[in-house]
Design a protein around this ligand. Sequence first.
Ligand code: GLY
Length: 368
Amino acid sequence: MTQAVQVAGAGFRPYEVRVGRGLLAEAAEQLGDLLGGRAVIVADGNVVATHARTVAAALQARGVAVSIIPVPPGEASKSWRGLETLCDALLAEGLDRRDVILALGGGVVGDLAGLAAALYMRGVDFVQLPTSLLAQVDSSVGGKTAIDTAAGKNMIGAFHQPRRVLADIDALATLPLRQLRSGWAEVLKHGLIRDAAWFDWLAAEGAAGAQGDVAALEPAVVRSVEIKAAIVSEDEKEAGARALLNLGHTFGHALEAELGFDETVMTHGEAVALGCTLAFRFSAAQGLCAAGDAMAAARAFDAAGLPTRLEGYGPLTAERLIARMAGDKKAEGGRLTLILARTIGDAFVQKDVDRDTVAAFLKAEGAR
Ligand code: GLY
């Protein structure tokens, strides 16, 4: 059964995130009201021969003209060059305002195609068709679009909300286990931020979702999207509550950067898992939350096959990690801002965190 989660905020047109099985094959029905005479599918190269064909066939059967623009898989496509290539391809297609862009793939394609949609003719409609768990529960919802530059990841972008999101649970069946688990880190993150009872369910009954169990994945995607939608509805532009979604990201981003953003060493979801664990342990070390909560958070990530310790990631120095954390775009004036927790399900933004305290904590965690 398809479930619809509404994303509504003061500054944008409301839209639905539809979650269910077989939605890509039903793209014509699911998107019927949004389709003009033509659709351009911007597809991750890995799904061109599979999901892109499914979507194209569904739309063509309804008389919609379809073009497919493949995007080379991998983060490197989220670049000035990748954006230029995509915008040029859209121009070559002669796309106009009545047409719609469909972003089909994981976070890279969603972010890139979303930004191209924000820029093309000063903004055209786009739809997110996320095929990775991470994209379904996080990046496809909320309108953040971006590319990376030499100065950092996601530094150039725009808020441009999609007109609809179709999260097809069946698309997750073909994901490599490591990628699926990485998405699970964001699922657990949402529970840690806002919903303790939900986190408990994920850690117990729902835990099989991290291994690809559809019966657990479907409710996991729905509830994650509900939590994210509620936060985005409150604060589209990250002036307040939306920053909570960065739980684990300041520690995690510093780790990813120190490891050269090498996904073979640490995926983004693994960084989020370790980052959330560190944020909870730091909160506990500061007396802000109970040690038992930090342990429960770590246990859930560990059970999903996600990292919870710095050990094994080569020489990491506290000094360099802190420098990365201070350079994080969420840092204000070089001071450290962290998302910490009072308990599971109650995260908060802590500004002005003392660097030396964080450095001592990281050393206790095994950094040099
Ligand atoms: N992924 C964090 C956000 O959408 O705000």
